[in-house]
Design a protein around this ligand. Sequence first.
Ligand SMILES: Nc1ncnc2c1ncn2[C@@H]1O[C@H](COP(=O)(O)OP(=O)(O)OP(=O)(O)O)[C@@H](O)[C@H]1O
Length: 269
Amino acid sequence: MSALSVDDLSVAYGRRRIIDGLTAQPIEAGRVTALLGPNGSGKSTLLKALAGLVRTVSGNIRLGTQDLTHASFAERARHVVYLPQSLPASVHLRVFESVLVAAHAQAQATHRPDLDAVEALLERLGIAHLASAYLDQLSGGQKQLVGLAQALIRRPRVLLLDEPLSALDLNYQFHVMDLLHQETQAHGLITVIVLHDINIALRHTDHALMLHQGKLLTDGPSADVISSETLRTVYGVQARVERCSHGFPHVMIDALDTAHGSHPGSQSS
Ligand SMILES: Nc1ncnc2c1ncn2[C@@H]1O[C@H](COP(=O)(O)OP(=O)(O)OP(=O)(O)O)[C@@H](O)[C@H]1O
């Protein structure tokens, strides 16, 4: 299975460099990778660069042996699906149609869309009852689940999700992470998820990249990346990683780290 490789990647908006010479370990297929870091550290910018949505990019992005950095937008879109933080507000389509449209978009390139597959996916996401509802009449969390259905139905090789749990209740957060794990393993996807909830990252992801002011502070197994030291450096908090009675690691935040003075994200230019 191919890996996604990022080598010496820099990304700028105009003259302002946001991602600065980022080189990461290969992001392997079949495992869920968390992209972590404070507000403004460059997580969305990195995802957009991987999806080919930012112009001012230097360095190398490869999918297996294929150079994605210089691939056309259409070529990249065959392999990479990016789900932004929020979907367009006013699309007057029914949920089922919207997922079918997403399937059609991909089907031209790879496989034929399948009505049963759409139905099964809505069922697995727990939103089959919304199939006939209009998108612009859904709650924020319901829209987010539909966005995930639109992304997953396309069966990409690389799935980039920007805060896909931000509007979901506790039950759906767990359910969606479980489902993403199953899909990632079953289809050998490269799944990269921006998360703010460190405990979800610890519990539900295999690998993590920790961004700090546009640079990669560290990457590796999530349980190694999420440590007291990195949480202090990156988020300016005093934290402990402990195991709960079921043996799962869990982060406990004790206090803000007074040595930081202000929010660490506010230090970036
Ligand atoms: N379209 C844009 N034009 C100019 N600057 C931008 C643009 N989008 C983001 N930025 C800037 O790039 C920096 C990184 O933003 P980005 O959205 O990548 O951060 P993030 O880590 O995803 O943050 P958050 O956790 O708050 O979503 C911020 O300082 C932001 O102001």
